[in-house]
Design a protein around this ligand. Sequence first.
Ligand SMILES: O=C(O)CCC(=O)C(=O)O
Length: 286
Amino acid sequence: MADLIHFDARRGEPGQLVEVLDRDAALILDHALSGAQIDAILSELEPFIAGTRPFDDDFVGRHTTRTGGLVARSKTAREAVVHPGVLAVADVFLGRASSNYQINLTQIMRLLPGQPAQALHRDRSLWSRHLPASVEPMLNGMWALTTFSDENGATRVIPGSHRWDWDRPASPAETIPAEMERGSLLLYTGSVLHGGGHNRSSAPRIGMNITYVLAWLRQEENQYLCCPPEIARTLEPRLQALLGYTVGNGSLGYYSPPSPSAGAIDTIPPEAALGRRAEGIEQQPF
Ligand SMILES: O=C(O)CCC(=O)C(=O)O
């Protein structure tokens, strides 16, 4: 089975990466985060990760912890969310089906020793089967905060399975492990079959899953609760927009201020909730 293609995150050309994603539905970007950035992310999130209990279900895994809300909880994780190389790919890849896109999920996925392999699945199942196959709704990143190896449960993918008939059965033998160094990133689509691997090592495998979705779909992790306006107003505008504090595809996500002022138009861009005007969007004074 063909291996996943590796690119250097510092030099990847978006058009070429999108071609590979269209063909294989997954690739690896090396040197995406430095050791210092990873150390900072893990230290900023340490109290949250330490306080997260394993799941009580077989799909996520009973020896797995998942810790979300990363934009609010980790300043350094924000650098991954707005990584210019990843956003350049997302602009092209998701730009084909929506005027803009947003964060879907930010989550530390920590597979503890003994965690068995996860059932193979497509992340686009979040929206059931209602989306036409021609629409790719997601671009996903799994950032390796530890090395990802076959032994420690690297995410397993079936390259090319995004083009399979939805009901075609998949077997673990058809998967390959996304083996990568600490600091690399597995980029994969919402339609590719994949799942966490079996952690047969004696140490946790730590991935940081940051996923993006078309602006006209409901986000998996509620960003307005995870990163409410008090925190969002301190962030850079690009990140605010990725959280969803902007309108998408025309008027989706508009805002009506809780205290109406007499005569003002009541549908304004959500940037108003952060105390600023939206760039390039016509709006009424608030
Ligand atoms: O932990 C992993 O490697 C993958 C997890 C995953 O694909 C999921 O839960 O959607």
